[in-house]
Design a protein around this ligand. Structure first.
Ligand SMILES: NC(=O)c1ccc[n+]([C@@H]2O[C@H](COP(=O)([O-])OP(=O)(O)OC[C@H]3O[C@@H](n4cnc5c(N)ncnc54)[C@H](OP(=O)(O)O)[C@@H]3O)[C@@H](O)[C@H]2O)c1
Length: 193
């Protein structure tokens, strides 16, 4: 079987990607929450490649590489950074020329061809983790095998939206729904092909 491609989405109820404050969103935590567990920690063994748009890649390099960690950060974030440092990181960009972050590859061109090349390259599964522009291209073209969607209990009405016009209808099968402590939802959908 070819490598599975999961798209991670974090959004307001109306589909915006800005991280908004809400009661509980800033609760300090030494342990990972259910979203972090499902999107990352439970997938460390099965995933070895993470795909980013250029902006999301830069944000992750600045906040989530091990070099960027602060001594006060919880242990699970250090472990996340070490895992992410080891992963193959694909960054989509028309302009970026090089990256200092280890195991990073810059790609541009036809997204369907890039995805098909990634699928046929030997390796473990793949996570696409933003930002919203790149994720919207994956959704619009039906390139993902499944979607993990964290929904914050907020209507925002501004910023970048994940939802755009589709090229074709995509039908999804709901695999699980989790209700989280501060009113967030975690939805897992599989693409029906
Ligand atoms: N809610 C979330 O999970 C989440 C996640 C990440 C970011 N964000 C927020 O969203 C904002 C950034 O959003 P964004 O949508 O601009 O970020 P993005 O998707 O990470 O980056 C967009 C850039 O990626 C490159 N790109 C996208 N598709 C491409 C393609 N098919 N081929 C080649 N290059 C491609 C382009 O880079 P070049 O300009 O270099 O060509 C484009 O400018 C930030 O404010 C951030 O805080 C939210």
């Amino acid at each position: 079987m070819s490598r599975k491609i999961t798209v991670n989405l974090y959004m307001t109820l109306d589909g915006y990607a800005e991280f908004p404050p809400y009661p509980g969103s800033d609760a300090p935590s030494a342990e990972p929450g259910e979203v972090f567990l499902d999107m990352w920690i439970r997938r460390y063994e099965s995933v070895d490649t993470v795909v980013f748009g250029r902006r999301s890649f830069e944000d992750h390099a600045n906040f989530h590489s091990e070099a960027a960690r602060k001594p006060s950060d919880p242990k699970f974030l250090f472990e996340f950074s070490r895992w992410l440092d080891r992963c193959n990181k694909i960054v989509l960009s028309h302009h970026m020329k090089k990256s200092e972050w280890q195991n990073s590859t810059i790609m541009s061109g036809n997204l369907e061809e890039i995805v098909s090349r990634l699928r046929s390259t030997p390796g473990r599964d793949i996570i696409v983790d933003g930002g919203p522009s790149l994720v919207q291209e994956f959704i619009q073209r039906g390139l993902a095998d499944d979607y993990l969607i964290a929904i914050w209990p907020v209507l925002l009405g501004r910023g970048k939206s994940y939802w755009g016009s589709m090229l074709n209808q995509q039908t999804l099968k709901l695999l699980s729904v989790k209700t989280l402590p501060y009113g967030e939802l975690l939805l897992h959908y599989e693409t029906v092909r």
